[in-house]
Design a protein around this ligand. Structure first.
Ligand code: TXA
Ligand code: MG
Length: 347
């Protein structure tokens, strides 16, 4: 299959490109598109055959459900059987934006889209190209991140091309995404809203709107016996080709431990993932900064892209500094530890 790549700089000038892409989705095809979090791989969410194609292109296990993307809040009514008061308040406050809500599904949503579950994940992205595509596609676009299963999520169209060229109909290239890590997932089926995956919308931000918010135990537990409630979180996602190890502790200790560990490998076989604050203190191996601790948005923004850069190198081992503030740092650390298969050294 030839994958058509369409660059979109000014959306007002690309109405025809969007309409064509929408038509591909209506006809059961696959279109990758930018959102504010990561690139998504879109298909008609109400067409079981189209949903099946997504799993095939990504090599994704079929029990891992998809998020349905909508272009306006009212669209949710058709695909869920009930909207709780909390759901209503969260949608009002955070949509369009990087928050996905899990709600009971309506009959029109095929089980292919929900991985056999009776709940459905819904999100209204905050990105003009995404919103225009969803409208042109009939209003309901199922979209996981547009990477091959097990690779870092794509934050640029080039990443999508690396993984998906020849497997999907079209890529809408809207440049680099803003946030760089996937949306916060909030499950509303229990007594209190529960975070199943951390993202740019934090627990504190959610609690300011709906009061008590719980966190899936699997997110905070080091034990692999605790099964995550979001099926996708159980897989070793975001895996770089090299073995990744996170080193956590006081900054000085982390720097000297990473310097020590790195020297056990040949210099071109070892990578170091650090920040602007510490980059001058590493003098061995392939050293990459992912941003500054003063602005964690930069770290979230660059994480997946830098992991992909390491994949292009000869590096066989990567040592990474840890991140973990109550803000975005938690979401970064969650992704990093998953990429590391939970390998962490505390110094
Ligand atoms: O930011 C994002 O959310 C991006 C962009 C493209 O919107 N999408 C994304 O999709 O990250 P994906 O498929 O890579 O991750 C969806 C996650 C998976 O972990 C999946 O298991 C979970 O959402 N999920 C989907 N439906 C669910 C449901 N009904 N109950 C629990 N978890 C669900
Ligand atoms: Mg994904």
């Amino acid at each position: 299959m030839d994958t058509v790549i369409s660059k979109i700089t000014k959306i007002e000038q690309c109405e025809d490109v969007i309409q064509r892409a929408g038509q591909i989705v209506r006809q059961g095809g696959l279109v990758a598109f930018p959102t504010e979090t990561v690139y998504g791989l879109g298909a008609d969410a109400l067409n079981p055959e189209a949903a099946r194609k997504i799993y095939q292109a990504k090599g994704r296990p079929s029990d891992n459900p998809l998020i349905i993307h909508v272009a306006c809040k009212d669209s949710v009514n058709k695909i869920v059987s009930h909207i709780s008061k909390e759901a209503q308040m969260l949608m009002e406050q955070f949509w369009p934006g990087p928050m996905t809500l899990i709600m009971p599904k309506a009959d029109c949503v095929p089980e292919e889209t929900t991985g056999g579950l009776q709940t459905v994940a819904v999100r209204m992205p905050n990105h003009s190209i995404a919103l225009a595509l969803i409208e042109a596609s009939g209003g309901y676009v199922a979209a996981p991140s547009a990477n091959t299963s097990g690779r870092p999520s794509p934050t640029k169209a080039e990443h999508v091309k690396e993984d998906m060229e020849g497997k999907i109909d079209c890529i809408l290239d809207g440049g680099e995404v803003g946030i760089g890590i996937e949306s916060t997932i909030v499950d509303l089926s229990g007594e209190f809203p529960m975070i199943l995956r951390p993202g740019a919308i934090t627990k504190e931000m959610l609690e300011a709107v709906v009061g008590t918010v719980e966190v899936d135990r699997a997110m905070i537990s080091d034990s692999s016996d605790v099964k995550p409630k979001a099926p996708g979180m159980k897989y070793r996602h975001y895996a770089p080709k090299a073995e990744l190890i996170v080193v956590q502790g006081m900054s000085d200790n982390v720097v000297s431990e990473i310097n020590r560990l790195a020297r056990a490998s040949e210099p071109d076989k070892v990578g170091i993932l650090c920040t602007e604050e510490t980059i001058g203190r590493y003098d061995y191996g392939l050293v990459k900064s992912i941003g500054t601790r003063e602005d964690e948005k930069t770290i979230a923004h660059n994480l997946y892209s830098v992991l992909r850069e390491f994949d292009q190198s000869k590096v066989e081992k990567i040592y990474s500094e840890a991140f973990g503030t109550p803000e975005l740092g938690q979401a970064v650390m969650n992704r990093l530890l998953k990429a590391a298969g939970q390998r962490k050294i505390i110094v």
